[in-house]
Design a protein around this ligand. Structure first.
Ligand code: ADP
Ligand code: MG
Length: 243
């Protein structure tokens, strides 16, 4: 579903250029549940934003569902993003003056769906995520875990084929993090490709595959079956944490 070849990305600020991705290659198949790990500043968010067509790259090829990015104009790219991809962020990014239901319904507003239908669908997704009773509460009346579940419902309402989550558990306590990961696993069980960025090993270990980013390329891919040996190695290196 995702195929990336020789991807390069630099940020230019003033006279300075920072080469973040340096010829990265990556393949992700439909239905996979993967995590991207790497130290702070290694380019995890940069890669995720490129995958989500939120940011451009300088060189290389990115093919999504058989469509080459460089062949798309901006309108086509935006359409592909809206149709295929749902985003989840560390800071939830809910709109503070809209209640949970309105936040979840928002993507449908941009699709021109009627208010009645929008709210009905939002309620379905809130119910699915165990939040029906919280539908009319404002974000600041919800716990961190509840806010992230609202954000997940909002990401799901457009029926994306891929969910991209940048540190989705970064602002949550351990127990709540596991609950959010369980939800993402359920979503993945329904066939949606889920790609998360995290710097927490225990979180990454809940996915099927860990992709380690280092020095602008994929340093290593650890498959689920090898997670135990990875964990042993990680524990030995615990003095050198990921972040
Ligand atoms: P990570 O998510 O792994 O912590 P990022 O992808 O956010 O890393 O950033 C990679 C590097 O690029 C960092 O050094 C960061 O400071 C820099 N960077 C990220 N976004 C920008 C930007 N918009 N402009 C300039 N530099 C950026
Ligand atoms: Mg980041």
């Amino acid at each position: 579903m995702i195929q990336i070849n020789n991807l390069h990305k630099s940020y230019v600020t003033g006279n300075n250029s920072l080469h973040v991705l340096k010829g990265l290659n990556l393949e992700i198949e439909e239905g996979e549940f993967v995590s991207i790990m790497g130290s702070s500043g290694s380019g995890k968010s940069t890669l995720l934003n490129i995958l989500g067509i939120l940011d451009n790259y300088d060189e290389g090829a990115y093919s999504l569902d058989g469509h080459l990015m460089q062949d798309m104009n901006e309108t086509q790219a935006a359409r592909t993003r809206n149709k295929m991809i749902g985003f989840i962020f560390q800071s939830f990014n809910l709109i503070s003056f809209k209640n949970a239901m309105e936040n979840v319904a928002l993507p449908l507003y941009y699709k021109g769906i009627s208010r009645k239908k929008r709210n009905q669908m939002a309620m379905e997704f809130l119910e699915k995520l165990g939040l029906k009773e919280w539908a009319h509460h404002m974000p600041n009346e919800l716990s961190g875990g509840q806010r992230q579940r609202v954000a997940i419902a909002r990401a799901l309402i457009s029926k994306p084929r891929i969910i991209l989550a940048d540190e989705p558990t970064g602002a949550l306590d351990t127990q709540t993090s596991y609950e959010v990961m369980e939800m993402l696993k359920q979503i993945n069980d329904e066939g949606i490709t889920v790609i998360i960025v995290t710097h927490e090993y225990d979180i990454a270990a809940m996915t099927q595959k860990i992709i380690r980013l280092k020095d602008g390329v994929i340093e290593e891919i650890i498959k689920n079956g090898d997670l135990k040996s990875f964990q042993a190695q990680y524990n030995r290196n615990i003095n050198k944490p990921e972040h």
